[in-house]
Design a protein around this ligand. Sequence first.
Ligand code: AP5
Ligand code: ZN
Length: 216
Amino acid sequence: MRLVLVGPPGAGKGTQAEFVAAHLSVPKISTGDIFRSNVTQGTPLGVEAKRYMDAGELVPDEVTINMVRDRLAEPDASEGFLLDGFPRTTPQAAALDKLLADLGTALDLVLELVVDDDEVIRRLSGRRTCRGCGKIWHVEFDATTRPDICDRCGAELFQRDDDKPETIATRLREYSEKTAPLVDYYGAQGKLVGIDATGPVEDVTTRAIDALRSYG
Ligand code: AP5
Ligand code: ZN
């Protein structure tokens, strides 16, 4: 299955992507994770992306599209994938459609995680991520036994640089200006399914998997 997860920053895309990709046995491809790993490694792509990420702005389309094109060409993505955080603009969505059409295929479904701004702010301001295994935690909603240590692998937790209040505000603005129009774009293609992304993580996963079942 070829699936896209869309939703505002902090909607729970990364959290759900892990479960849904495992359920579908497809690779999870997160553009945010790929950018962050390039930033950590200090690659030229990371140096360029960091300027935008720190400001809460989107990385330019051309850079992002080229990166995704390379990733989708890897063998593990040939039978299906779950994209988390891409596309984020109408030009990115059009480029993805073209890329898949050139390969003789197309997206199956776009799952929209629906959650309001107040909940997003609560989620982002308490998010912690593991440096070792990448698991996403929350100081209140999914707390670890010790505040700075991952219960799963024992590595250190960190707070993302772009989870500061002023950067969160810019990210939400970028979302409503540039990404929210994708709801109409995919709605017009008949590929969009929205699910309520509030409540416990497991309930959201159940709703996501039910949505895939009824459309799959
Ligand atoms: P990216 O990493 O994609 O960030 P984002 O879209 O802002 O999404 P987040 O990762 O912040 O949130 P999420 O929805 O994954 O939520 P999570 O599961 O962590 O992008 C970062 C930056 O990279 C962008 O700003 C941009 O600069 C650049 N970039 C990336 N893709 C790009 C693209 N295509 N084009 C251009 N630029 C791009 O959950 C959040 C918190 O909530 C966690 O603490 C979690 O534990 C908690 N939580 C999750 N679910 C629940 C629940 N049901 N109840 C309570 N808490 C919950
Ligand atoms: Zn860990």
